[in-house]
Structure formats: C-alpha cells, structure tokens
Write a protein that binds this ligand. Structure first.
Ligand code: PEP
Length: 251
C-alpha cells in the first residue's frame, strides 16, 4: 500500500512578533502560499493566538501553539491549557522544544503528559526530540532521542497516529549549523524504526519533521530524504519570502 502523507511545514515564531509585524507576515504568507501542496502551521506566541486565528481563518494556514500545560485548568499561573488552545482553533502544539527543556527544566515525562493533554483535545502535538553537541560527540544521539520518544510512546501509544515528531539536534537550532541531509536522515530512520516497533501499522504515516537552521537554501535537499516529512522552522519562518520558499520545497 502506498501511503500518501502530506508534508508539514511548521513555523515556530518563538518569542518574536508584534501586532503589526504579525499582520504583515501572515498577509504576505496568505498571498504567496496559494493552495500549498503541504500542510502549513504557524506556532505563534500565546498573546497572538486570537490575532493570528482571525488572520488565517478559512485559509490553508493552520494555527499552532508553542507550548501547553499538562493540566486542564487551575492554579498554574502563567500557563495555558489545551482546552484554551482549542478555544482558539489551535490545531498543533509544540511540546518539549529544547528551549523549554533547557530553560524550564521540562522532563521526558512532563513532555509526554503535555502531549497527552493536547491529544485529549484533538490537537496534534509536535513532539521535539534532539541531542546536544556533547551528546552527539559522545556517540549518544541514538540513546537520547530514543529515550525522549519512548516516554511519548509509553504514555500516548494508543493515539500514536495523531502525533508529529520533530527531530531537532540542539546544536543546529538557531546556529546556522544545519545537520547534513545524511545525518538527519540517519536519525529519522532510527525514530521511524522505533515508531514501527511501537505501532507498526501507523509508523509510515507519522510525520517526522526536521528542525535546526532549515532555510530556503537547504530545505529541498533535507525534505528530499525518505524519512523527512517536513520541517519545524524557527528563524526562517519570520521572513515571508524564506518561509514561502520552504513551503514550495515541500511540494
Ligand atoms: C526551532 O526553534 O525549532 C528551530 C528549528 O529554530 P531555527 O530554525 O531558527 O534553527
């Protein structure tokens, strides 16, 4: 059976933007993207969810969030629940981004709980995994990414087909130092095999994105790898022309 799997290009704006800049960016994307051959998501800062929801309404661009609480409501000052994200039409939520793991002490178990919270609300988690440079140099890449993904599978295995995985080598994020297509493909193949082991009938259909300095110049080659099903794009997602070129490369 041949699987038809649309690639996913997800922009992670991180903590960037303003009402004016967001409007200009989204309007340029709407004008340039037409009817994209891939799925496209914009993961925006929480205060701008309402603005971007209305800007992308009835378009082919989907709204995404950058993080979520594992809890449904209550005394969790500063957090947003998956129920709230759903209220704003959010379709994707990044969980376990390395910046959250690094600066907010997020654990594999905590990230798995966040994935469960969004899945329970019909939102697709984009689960980030990836190794540091020291871990890569020590030959620990496989062990690290498999441990991170195993926690997700352990808690969410029953709805594994609704998950998106993003392999983001930490040393490539925001550094301009991209993994080579062969380096990325090698890790994607490991993750695919792990998904296959957990849920053989779904593994081929699960999208595994690459993230880490993907840009207009390197996107086509990365996206041409057999197990790279899209991209999670930071810096280049803030520039309409660059992001549009990446979307075109995913066609
Ligand atoms: C990211 O933040 O997920 C990311 C991949 O960033 P960049 O594209 O800027 O490396």
């Amino acid at each position: 059976m041949t699987m038809t799997k649309k690639k996913l290009i997800a922009g992670n704006w991180k903590m960037n933007g303003s009402l004016a800049a967001n409007e200009a960016l989204v309007k340029a994307l709407l004008q340039g993207a037409g009817a994209p051959a891939c799925d496209v998501a914009l993961c925006v800062p929480a205060p701008y969810l309402a603005q971007v929801q209305s800007l992308v309404a009835s378009s082919s661009l989907a709204l995404g969030a950058q993080d979520v609480s594992a809890h449904p409501q209550g005394a969790f000052t500063g957090e947003q629940s998956a129920v709230m994200l759903k209220d704003f039409g959010v379709r994707y939520a990044i969980v376990g981004h390395s910046e959250r793991r690094q600066y907010h002490g997020e654990t594999d178990e905590g990230v798995a709980a966040k994935a469960a919270a969004v899945l329970a609300n019909g939102i697709m988690p984009i689960v980030c995994v990836g190794e540091t440079l020291a871990q890569r140099d020590a030959g620990q890449t496989e062990e690290v990414v498999k441990r991170q993904l195993a926690a997700i599978i352990h808690v969410n295995g029953h709805c594994i087909s609704e998950i998106v995985v993003a392999y983001e080598p930490i040393w490539a994020i925001g550094t301009g130092k991209t993994a080579t297509p062969a380096q990325a493909q090698a890790v994607h193949a490991l993750l695919r095999a792990q998904l296959h082991h957990a849920a053989s009938e779904h593994a081929a259909g699960i999208r595994i994105l690459y993230g880490g300095s993907m840009n207009a110049a390197n996107a086509a080659e990365l996206l041409g790898q057999p197990d790279i099903d899209g991209g999670l794009i930071g810096g280049a997602s803030l520039k309409a022309a660059d992001f549009l070129q990446i979307i075109a490369a995913a066609a």
